[in-house]
Design a protein around this ligand. Structure first.
Ligand SMILES: [Zn+2]
Ligand SMILES: [Zn+2]
Length: 329
């Protein structure tokens, strides 16, 4: 499924099987998660995507072929292909364990063709082996919703009372990790989104309510997953002194001005950007131990536009995943 121009629907193209370059594997895709970032790419809210582009950065599949110098995986091995597709290894960020901030990073489904396809080529160093306990469809959301949610949770600090703003793919995973760590979870959803609140309570949230409401207690940390800037002052207003509000999305509408008093008391607002391979290794080891359970709603590959539309309207429960039918033989 190809994006030719931002703002246009994806179209079904017949593309040649990718050739694996040096250090790359070609992966036959079984499933690919649909992320809000895909929506921002398709809607033209992120600058200069590769065009034409195959979106998708939560691809689960099996290694079909390896290029020169690629020896990490055998044919048939199951791997996940995440957002971080390549880094330079040389810049000050790469050299200080912060490859997520690499100046020259390339991202799957943005700078590189991604997983809304029957096959993709990926640098083997950035692929992850996936925990065996998860079937393909259930493993897909671990690759971004889970991974970047996990990074956001770590950056939020270890506060006990955690607010999650926007209870979609990422929050439904983070809530389980947080409960496992003995934290208390407060879920904030759009007005009237009973489905999301039910999901949140079912996953251990002790309170679920309106995004702009004050929770019954102050929060010690908050993660804003919804791309709505007005949630930042709302989260700060709900947060205790010394707490951190993490903006976990790649794009957000402007944050409205707010009185300094909301930030006073050593409250912190920060973003989380991308992932490191280390985040991935840690999270893939942790998820099956909890065990994190992913709630997925599946769509056939050819209905990627429908899946994106459902995500745009906020009507996906848990995570949307494209089930890719049989790949090339
Ligand atoms: Zn770099
Ligand atoms: Zn993503």
């Amino acid at each position: 499924m190809v994006l030719s121009r931002s703002g246009e629907p994806l179209w079904e193209a017949d593309l040649p099987l990718p050739e694996p370059g040096r250090g790359q594997v070609v992966v036959e895709v079984a499933a690919c998660g649909v992320c809000r970032t895909d929506l921002h790419v398709v809607d033209g809210e992120l600058p200069e995507p590769k065009l034409p582009l195959v979106p998708g950065h939560q691809a689960v599949g099996r290694v079909l072929a390896a290029g020169p110098g690629a020896e990490r995986f055998d044919a048939g091995d199951r791997v996940g292909v995440p957002w971080l597709g390549w880094t330079c290894g040389e810049c000050r960020y790469c050299r200080s364990g912060r490859e997520n901030l690499c100046d020259r990073a390339r991202f799957t489904g943005y700078d590189l063709d991604g997983g809304y396809a029957e096959a993709l080529a990926a640098d083997e160093r950035f692929c992850f082996p996936l925990p065996a306990a998860y079937p393909d469809l259930q493993a897909a959301p671990l690759l971004c919703a889970g991974l970047i949610g996990y990074r956001a949770l770590r950056l939020a600090g270890d506060g006990e009372r955690l607010g999650l703003y926007g209870f979609g793919a990422s929050a439904h995973i983070v809530a389980q990790v947080a409960r496992h760590e003995g934290r208390r979870v407060f879920a904030f959803t759009r007005a009237g989104d009973e489905e999301a609140r039910r999901l949140a309570r079912g996953l251990g949230a002790e309170w679920a309510g309106d995004s702009l409401a004050r929770p019954p207690e102050e929060l010690d940390a908050a993660i804003v997953f919804a791309p709505a800037g007005e949630l930042v002052p709302a989260a700060l207003a709900a947060a205790a002194k010394g707490s951190t509000v993490v903006c976990a999305g790649i794009h957000m509408s402007d944050i409205p001005s707010f009185p300094y008093e909301l930030l006073w008391g050593e409250r912190v607002v920060r973003s989380v950007a991308n992932l490191t391979r280390r985040d991935g290794e840690e999270f893939m080891a942790l998820a099956p131990r909890i065990p994190v359970r992913t709630e997925v709603e599946t769509f056939p590959l050819a209905e990627a536009n429908e899946a994106l539309a459902r995500l745009r309207s906020g009507s996906v429960s848990g995570a949307a995943v494209l089930a890719v039918r049989s790949g090339p033989a």
